[in-house]
Design a protein around this ligand. Structure first.
Ligand code: 6R9
Length: 645
């Protein structure tokens, strides 16, 4: 239905955007026919290099080996801060909007330079040097950005851990990357509630003897635990540092950061990105996809704990000398009008958020939107999961008053930057489609045997040529990187997503084809939630699947088998939910727990998730072949006792 509802490029963008349809086609063609020439030009245009590279691209996708601009030297913090001082020292770099609507702060590029330099010096004083890992566990406050950029200045590798993760999840990530320094705050503030970050960090650090320094930003002034020698107050120590901090000149292929993300098996993987290629593609996409213009105020509502926060709050916009808004709170506090009030208050031109937020705000009713002006808005964006056409149309019509094109950007932690996306001056929009590939990106659809599907059709989405902001490795385990992304279809990067391509070559992401959930745009492995559930002594087995959820996109549906003699109860249900929160974080709370005396298994003992997904989705007349099950009666029992949603 809505597939045929095409929104053409608005005249305003046709006339002024950097790239129109013709230019997109020409540039795209050039980018795939002469990738080295194309990317060399872009790298020259977007970044400032201490020394030019020896080779543009070197890659062997069969081995998961990718390198861009090797031999080239640059410093990412210099690109994001210092080089703007001549032109825009007094321009606002970061607008910080607090959780409390009466709190905000403007940080100019000059101030950003001072803050990053001082923190860089403090980290250096504590022994941090090139290649060291620094963990950042922070609320959405400017210090989170200072911390990322200060690491980049020294050539230290940051690992940002989302502030919503539990002490256990933090501990695993600190240990996996062997971080010796942790930067955190006493507490975070979101939606009027305080989050005990330092106390969480203390619990994690108890099991991380390698952490010798913990810098603590005072956000609320709450009482926190303290270990002399290890813990130091950020403000106190930063204040006495010099404003000059010599940047480390890094190879383009030196690591910039590690960011953990969930896969279908095992513990989260530390996705590693490097300096040159990552910064180039995040800057370039920020410029072209959002048609960033001098003076624009740009707001991405993500958290810096996710890749969207890395590429589109911090690195992309700051590399382009933009004004980036950083929001501490949530879209529904104090009420569902908050985002639009912030848009009016700071005259935001570009607004980039996730479908789950759009659906929640749509559910709250139009009046929260229409009571605000939003005249400053020029362009809207969405990311994180497929957007249903109804939510797309509401976003377009009510929020953007049919004036602002919507950029539906498909990409992943592993891709570092946008991969499938419209360009506002070039691409006619179809609600629900991430449209066409960005420059240099060569998507293909593969059938299950690995053959490329030509023309319109559906299949497994893979990428057949390297791109600059591609994952370089899984930290400490390159074999896992190969196994996860490059073994299924040798010679291709496999995304884990399924997609359809229509007659116009537009891509429609249909969701994950593996055991990865996407809950409110947060990626989570079913295996992670299952491991948490089976920690409970009364649980013998657990199987977790996703099911369609109106707001979250997917909800978490857990089938739990208890040990012999144990009885289900509401108290036990609560204990299991608490266990998931404790092991992973609040985002991993099962929405539904169904007590399952048995799980559908093949004769070889493999759980048939396909059937569990159907039962969870209430698609009962279409269960498929159950004849290979060891005990088909199990399925009838699960259907009879299906949890009410
Ligand atoms: C940036 C980010 C990646 C997974 C990805 C896909 C889903 C992201 C999407 C989308 C449809 C979009 N996804 N953007 N699906 N349309 N515009 O979200 O990274 O957290 O690693 O998640 O999210 O399934 O594979 P990450």
């Amino acid at each position: 239905m809505s597939e045929h509802h095409i929104h053409p490029v608005p005249d305003s963008f046709k006339a002024h955007a950097a790239i129109d349809a013709e230019r997109y086609r020409a540039m795209y063609q050039r980018s795939v026919e002469d990738p080295d020439g194309f990317w060399a030009e872009q790298a020259d245009a977007f970044l400032t290099w201490d020394k030019k590279w020896d080779k543009v691209c070197e890659s062997d996708l069969r081995k998961g080996e990718v390198a861009w601009f090797k031999g080239g030297k640059l410093n990412v913090s210099v690109n994001c801060v210092d080089r703007h001082l001549e032109q825009r020292a007094d321009q606002v770099a970061i607008i910080w909007e607090g959780d409390d609507p009466s709190e905000d702060q403007m940080i100019t590029y000059r101030e950003l330079h001072t803050e990053v330099s001082r923190l860089g010096n403090l980290l250096r004083e504590r022994g941090v040097k090139k290649g060291d890992r620094v963990c950042i566990y922070m609320p959405m406050i400017p210090e989170a950005t200072y911390a990322m950029l200060a690491c980049a200045r020294l050539g230290a590798i940051h690992s940002v851990v989302f502030g919503g993760f539990s002490p256990d999840a933090l501990k695993d990530r600190i240990l996996d990357a062997d971080c010796q320094v942790l930067i955190t705050a006493d507490e975070g503030v979101r939606g009027g509630k305080h989050i005990p970050l330092k106390n969480n960090a203390d619990k994690a650090m108890n099991a991380c003897p390698g952490v010798h320094t913990c810098l603590v930003v005072k956000r609320t002034g709450a009482d926190v635990g303290w270990k002399e020698g290890r813990d130091i107050w950020y403000e106190q120590e930063v204040e006495r540092q010099s404003d000059h901090c010599e940047p480390e000149s890094m190879d383009a292929e030196d690591p910039l950061f590690i960011l953990y993300t969930s896969g279908s098996t095992g513990k989260p993987k530390g996705v590693l990105h490097t300096s040159g290629g990552y910064l180039l593609q995040s800057a370039m996409t920020h410029k072209y996809v959002f048609d960033h213009q001098e003076g624009d105020v740009y707001w991405c509502t993500a958290d810096v704990g996710w890749v969207t926060g890395h590429s589109y709050i911090v690195y992309g916009p700051l590399a382009n000398g933009a004004t980036t808004l950083m929001f501490e709170g949530v879209p529904t506090y104090p009420d569902a009008s908050r985002c639009w009030q912030v848009v009016d208050k700071h005259m935001v031109n570009t607004f980039y958020t996730a479908p789950t937020a759009i659906r929640a705000l749509m559910g709250a009713g139009d009046k929260w939107v229409t009571q605000t002006s939003r005249q400053s808005l020029k362009l809207l964006g969405t990311v994180g999961e497929p957007i249903n056409p109804e939510a797309w149309e509401w976003y377009y019509r009510v929020v953007g008053e049919s004036r602002c094109p919507i950029m539906d950007t498909w990409w992943q932690t592993e891709t570092g930057a946008h991969m499938l996306t419209p360009l506002p001056g070039a691409t006619d929009l179809k609600p629900g489609s991430a449209t066409l590939p960005f420059f240099g990106v060569q998507p293909v659809l593969l059938d299950n045997e690995g053959h490329e599907i030509e023309g319109a059709g559906s299949g497994n989405l893979a990428i057949k040529a390297p791109w600059p902001s591609q994952i370089r490795t899984v930290y400490g385990d390159h074999q896992r990187c190969i196994d996860t992304y490059y073994s299924a279809y040798p010679g291709y990067y496999f995304t884990g997503d399924g997609a359809r391509r229509d007659e116009d070559g537009y891509y429609w992401i249909t969701g994950r084809v593996d055991d990865v959930l996407n809950v409110s745009g947060h990626r989570m492995g079913t295996a992670e939630v299952e491991s948490a559930l089976v920690l409970h002594p009364k649980v013998s087995e657990a199987a977790v699947v996703g099911y369609p959820h109106d707001i979250k996109g997917q909800g978490i549906y857990a089938y739990v088998t208890l040990m012999g003699g144990e009885e289900p109860s509401d108290a036990l249900r609560k204990e299991l939910i608490d266990l998931c929160v404790q092991e992973i974080g609040a985002i991993a709370k099962p929405d539904i727990i169904q007590w399952a005396p048995g799980l559908p298994k093949t004769r070889s003992g493999k759980i048939m998730r396909r059937i569990l997904r159907k039962i969870a989705a209430n698609e009962l007349d279409n269960l498929g072949d159950t004849s290979t099950l060891a005990d088909p009666a199990v399925v009838d029992d699960l259907i009879d006792n299906r949890a009410n949603q």
